[in-house]
Write a protein that binds this ligand. Structure first.
Ligand code: ZN
Length: 60
């Protein structure tokens, strides 16, 4: 389990902040900026994911 770099508590779940789509300046592809936060101290974390990597929920 990952621990928060700010408060060292376990991040067994994360609070939702935002998931904004923008056009990547690197490759021009639609990209999602996903921001989540530590439920204990509010430290925010982000990652990027290409929109084309999304899959419909429920499909296997
Ligand atoms: Zn924290």
């Amino acid at each position: 389990m990952a621990n928060c770099v700010n408060c060292s508590e376990g991040m067994e779940w994360l609070g939702f902040v935002k998931a904004d789509v923008f056009e990547s300046q690197l490759n021009g592809r639609p990209t999602i900026d996903i921001v989540l936060k530590c439920p204990h101290c509010g430290q925010e974390y982000n990652t990027f994911e290409l929109v084309e990597n999304l899959t419909p929920v429920g499909e296997f």
